[in-house]
Write a protein that binds this ligand. Structure first.
Ligand code: ZN
Length: 474
């Protein structure tokens, strides 16, 4: 059946805005199930919920794919500022604390030293005091100065003999969040150059003053690395014209250890569910179907250095010499949804330039003012990265970078990323716009779709060239 675009657009936007299930998905994933750290029982429940929802909505072959995950747990952590026998006579006190993800266990007492942003000119005057020290270092970039990656500054601290690094959260209000101490472009989940902990902005100020008074602190982190089982989910809406070709819409369903993950990434997983539902319902009610197959995937353990999307790409698109299974044909495009509560939909940001005219043309036909951009650097901050690395045209949505970031997005990777942090009306619009875009992309005939000429070798070379550089596309 041919697509009557006017009817399809009206039907999809109307269904998206007036008959939405977005709030149900968000409430189930983020409030009923709650934190969904990859490899835990809660993550398993989230994956089961996603699969049963996809089944209920008539998607084909909804299933869970298990994979081994290198994971981490952290039963306790503390920063204790030791009592001051001198002038102030201050009693010992506990500073707010949250260690970085995969922080190694540590139990160390040492002098507090303030290194500012940890730049060369700041290290100079205190270099002799850094061996065995606990340093306070801002993770942002020093203003007016060529930026240096935070992960490299942590490496510097390790080389100087620092025992632990404490960084204040940039926002006020006693906030802390789980950070990553390594560069995800390197893909080493459990590599942390030096124990790195976050404190609140408020306690950061107090710690800096204690450092200037020559005070000491004890930093303790209990932590364990181990192997567990995490889960991806997948389902399809089969194509009516070119069923052997596919496009992926993906989002991670896991969270950091104690985050309800409403913006990050209940928003993206809910919009994935809803977009699939809208297109399945369009087919049921009007008979209008995608041309090529649409596949909806949710990833586990994204917060653990993208282990879920790496597992998905390995399993489906790489040749396995040992059992000689042929890989599936690569998808025509992968679109990643992450943190959609951060801003409204502005367009698509591609990793590679080849599809820009095609995607822009299809978005223009929607008359919604959406823009297609191409990222100047390979961005490893989301699940599009393993796909890009494997030579698959991939993308994320343009939502907040450079313009229109909602303040509620600054509560991520902590227990504060609750359901009040997302805007359901904007998520409804995302699902409506995405279902229209996917339907269009699925109907671009194969002869009008540029051949995939990406070479994994040149992509690997590009990643190598960009190693250590600051990601300017953020
Ligand atoms: Zn995320």
């Amino acid at each position: 059946m041919a697509i009557d675009w006017r009817t399809a657009d009206r039907w999809l936007m109307g269904e998206a805005m007036t008959n939405t299930l977005i709030a149900d998905y968000i409430n189930t994933l983020c409030d009923d199930i709650g934190p969904r750290w990859g490899g835990t029982e809660a993550e398993r429940r989230a994956a089961d919920f996603i699969v049963s929802t996809q089944n209920k909505h008539g998607l084909r072959d909804a299933h869970v794919e298990e994979f081994p995950v290198r994971t981490w747990e952290n039963p306790s952590a503390s920063i204790t500022v030791l009592a001051d026998a001198g002038r102030g006579g201050e009693a010992q006190w506990e500073a707010d604390v949250r260690p970085c993800l995969f922080c190694p266990p540590v139990d160390v007492t040492g002098p507090l030293v303030d290194v500012g942003y940890g730049m060369e000119h700041e290290i100079g005057p205190v270099r002799a005091r850094l061996k065995g020290a606990i340093v306070i270092m801002s993770m942002g970039f020093e203003p007016f100065t060529p930026p240096r990656l935070a992960s490299l500054r942590l490496e510097d601290m390790n080389k100087l003999g620092v025992k632990a690094v404490i960084s204040p959260h940039p926002e006020g209000g006693r906030r802390t969040s789980h950070g990553s101490a390594n560069d995800w472009r390197d893909g080493e989940p459990d590599y942390v150059p030096v124990p790195w902990l976050q404190t609140t902005r408020e306690h950061g100020t107090r710690l800096r003053r204690r450092a200037s008074q020559g005070r000491s602190a004890t930093v303790r982190v209990a932590a364990r690395l181990f192997d567990a089982t995490s889960r991806n989910t997948a389902c399809e809406l089969p194509g009516s014209l070119w069923p052997e070709e596919h496009i992926i819409l993906g989002a991670h369903h896991d969270t950091t250890p104690d985050s309800p993950g409403s913006n990050d990434n209940g928003s993206g997983s809910s919009v994935t569910l809803e977009t699939a539902r809208l297109l399945a319902a369009l087919e049921k009610e009007t008979g209008m179907r995608p041309g090529r197959t649409l596949r909806f995937v949710t990833f586990g353990s994204e917060e653990q250095t993208l282990q879920g999307s790496f597992a998905y790409v390995r399993r489906h698109y790489e040749t396995h010499e040992r059992n000689r299974t042929a890989p599936e044909p690569k998808p025509r495009l992968m679109i990643n949804l992450d943190e959609l509560g951060t801003g409204n939909m502005k367009g698509v940001a591609l990793v590679f330039p080849e599809l820009r005219p095609l995607v822009q043309r299809e978005m223009d036909s929607m008359s919604e003012g959406l823009r297609c951009h191409v990222m100047a650097q390979l961005d490893a901050s989301g699940d599009m990265y393993p796909f890009a690395k494997a030579g698959i045209p991939s993308s994320m949505l343009w939502r907040w970078r450079f313009v229109g970031r909602h303040p509620d997005a600054a509560f991520g990777h902590a227990s504060t990323d609750t359901t009040d942090k997302v805007r359901v009306r904007e998520l409804k619009e995302y699902a409506g716009l995405l279902s229209r875009l996917l339907l269009r992309l699925s109907h671009v005939p194969p002869e009008k779709w540029p051949a995939n000429r990406l070479s994994t070798r040149s992509i690997a070379k590009r990643i190598e060239e960009e190693r250590g550089s600051v990601v300017r596309t953020m």
